[in-house]
Design a protein around this ligand. Structure first.
Ligand SMILES: [Zn+2]
Length: 190
């Protein structure tokens, strides 16, 4: 079990032995048990990264009214960004690259099988494959540009009543991290 307030790990009990907080979660291999509810890791990320308010005045979560330590919210936010930047940006760009390559190769192979060319149909298909390949290549370049050059990030959260992949600019991401850091250094001083 882990106390979400002070991050102390302990075997069992209803209170944290260190700070007496009841904000404790039990991490099993697949699920997270928190206050009699069980969450998948995805649901856990959504719960702790969906904000009603996110500013220097405070962070308020949509899905829970419990106070959860800012450093824990920070840790979850970074894990969320890491995982969903991969799923929402890096993986799609790899998929589009593979699709572009596959269509290009299919077009080239079609050119090799000359004896099938009776009329112009196959030639049309070949051109069509190059066209699709080009289209996928544009998608690949656009998405790669976002995460490699613009350093965009993505995280999963509730927004406007739906679960969404939220894309944020590098500036917005750094601003969010700096707000987390401010809160953490404040709570260390107290
Ligand atoms: Zn504690």
């Amino acid at each position: 079990m882990v106390c979400l307030n002070c991050k102390t790990e302990f075997e069992s009990g209803k209170h944290c032995p260190n700070c007496k907080s009841m904000d404790i979660a039990n991490f099993t291999k697949k699920r997270i048990i928190y206050k009699d509810n069980s969450y998948t890791r995805r649901e856990w990320y959504i719960n702790l990264s969906s904000y009603v308010k996110f500013s220097k005045d405070g962070i308020i979560l949509k899905k829970t009214r419990d106070y959860i330590d800012y450093s824990y919210l920070h840790q979850i936010f970074e894990e969320n960004c890491k995982k969903y930047t991969f799923l929402g940006l890096i993986l799609p760009s790899i998929v589009f690259f593979v699709l572009a390559l596959t269509n290009l190769l299919a077009g080239l192979l079609m050119r090799e099988t000359e004896y099938f060319v009776i009329d112009g149909t196959l030639q049309n298909i070949e051109v069509f494959l190059y066209f699709i390949s080009g289209l996928y290549f544009v998608f690949f370049l656009t998405i790669s540009y976002l995460w490699i050059i613009k350093k965009q990030k993505c995280y999963i959260a509730m927004s406007k009543g739906q679960i969404r992949y939220i894309h944020i600019t590098k500036e917005k991401y750094l601003n969010m991290i700096s707000i987390f850091n401010d809160f953490e250094s404040k709570s260390k001083k107290e």
